[in-house]
Design a protein around this ligand. Structure first.
Ligand SMILES: *Cc1c(COP(=O)(O)O)cnc(C)c1O
Length: 399
């Protein structure tokens, strides 16, 4: 057939992290003892009180359409969480409940972009951002944040990248893939530029509860009225409550933007799953102890991974302060020989690790950093130890 398919769809890169997870699963099915550092999801079960709320929703027949932008109950729970945890005042009509954080981002760009509008994305970035922006007709503009600045966007660099066509900048703190957390001062710098230059800030705070050490998570929208007005705060239940499969995300924004997102969603997906909304309301309004249990366990694993990397040759990492990833600089591996064959790239290194060491890692070319790889510590401590042993063995065999 000669009928042309969508150019927009054809321009989308399939998610390489999902491909790596699939490859690890395939090898496991063949009986291989694979360690998967690719996981983008917590290994914990969804807390029991949350599951029980979902079961009750089914038993009580809460199984029909809800308002397209979410139930009043869940919106209230989101408002309360924004008020108490983020120091942000949003009314229920400023909240849109969606089918996951990724869907919230899709809604945001559908609501704010016109064809050709530019969106500034600091690299390293979550690999879905450029693709989501492109699908909404926007143009991703990548601004690199170096290791010297802990991979965080500098206000000056943001200002330099702004053109007449710039509509928004994406800030992701804590960050995937680096685990970095912006300080209040850094966020104030970015907020000043956004207000002065009149652009939106899309603040992806999905890892807000997974923060380690002294530094606290700060929502950029909480830093003043002017930045509040131009920020769309985006979060979800997947990472903090180990609810990746339930698919609930949400945004806090101006009423005007919330209205547009609600209209778009009402035609594209209708309401998010009614049962999952009940579960999400329990997650946000119910006891929070399980979040702390998971956070503390992630913190132990984080420290262990950092100790191990510190003792390995040829690799290094800046200590992550949040999320559940370590962003490893593997540039010194390039050009070394493994079994007589030169390792040409970090992507090539990842191939050797999966094929010869049964260990899956994520090379970060699709995150805007060719010479780094991402290790997720959302797997058990024993698995982490085994995987770190294998990576160390690989590195020590290099010549
Ligand atoms: C996981 C993730 C999301 C959203 O995930 P959902 O499963 O769609 O809720 C959003 N942003 C980042 C940076 C993530 O890592």
């Amino acid at each position: 057939m000669s009928l042309e398919l969508s150019k927009k769809a054809a321009a989308v890169k399939p998610s390489s992290t999902l491909a790596i997870t699939a490859r690890a699963k395939e090898l496991r099915a063949q009986g291989k003892d694979v360690v998967g550092f690719g996981a983008g999801e917590p290994d914990f079960d969804t807390p029991e009180n949350i599951c029980e709320a979902a079961i009750a929703a089914i038993t009580e027949g809460f199984t029909k359409y809800t308002p397209a932008s979410g139930t009043a109950e869940l919106k209230e729970a989101v408002c309360k969480k924004f008020r108490e945890f983020n120091h942000l005042e949003y009314g229920p009509d400023q909240i849109v409940i969606s089918n996951g954080g990724k869907h919230s981002l899709t809604n945001i760009f559908a609501a704010i972009l016109n064809p050709g509008d530019e969106v500034i994305i600091p690299a390293p970035y979550w690999l879905s951002y450029p693709e989501i922006v492109k699908l909404a007709g926007g143009v991703p503009v990548i601004v690199t944040a170096t290791e010297q600045q802990d991979f965080k966007l500098a206000a000056d660099d943001l200002e330099r990248a702004i053109t007449d066509r710039t509509k928004a900048v994406i800030i992701n703190s804590p960050n995937n893939p680096t685990g970095m957390l912006y300080t209040e001062e850094e966020l104030r710098g970015i907020a000043d530029v956004a207000v002065r230059k009149d652009i939106y800030v899309v603040s992806d705070e999905i890892y807000e509860h997974l923060v380690y050490g002294e530094q606290r998570h700060i929502s950029i929208a909480s830093l003043g009225k002017e930045i509040y007005d131009r920020t769309i705060t985006c979060s979800g239940l997947a990472k903090s409550y180990s609810m990746t499969g339930w698919r609930i995300g949400y945004t806090g924004s101006s009423r005007e933007i919330a209205k547009l997102m609600g209209s778009v969603q009402s035609h594209q997906t209708s309401n998010p799953n009614s049962i999952a909304q009940k579960a999400a309301a329990e997650a946000l309004a119910g006891p929070q102890d399980s979040v702390e249990v998971m956070r503390a366990e992630f913190d132990r694993r984080r420290k262990y991974v950092m100790e191990r990397i510190h003792d390995m040759p040829l690799v290094s990492a800046v200590e992550p302060k949040g999320a559940f990833y370590v962003f490893v600089d593997a540039s010194q591996v390039i050009g070394k020989k493994h079994g007589g064959v030169t390792v040409e790239s970090v992507s090539g290194m990842a191939d050797i690790l999966i094929n010869e060491y049964d260990t899956a890692v994520v090379p970060c070319g699709d995150f805007g950093f060719e010479n780094h790889l991402r290790l997720s510590y959302a797997i058990s401590h024993d698995m982490i130890r085994k995987g770190m042993d294998r990576i160390e063995a690989f590195l020590k065999e290099l010549q």
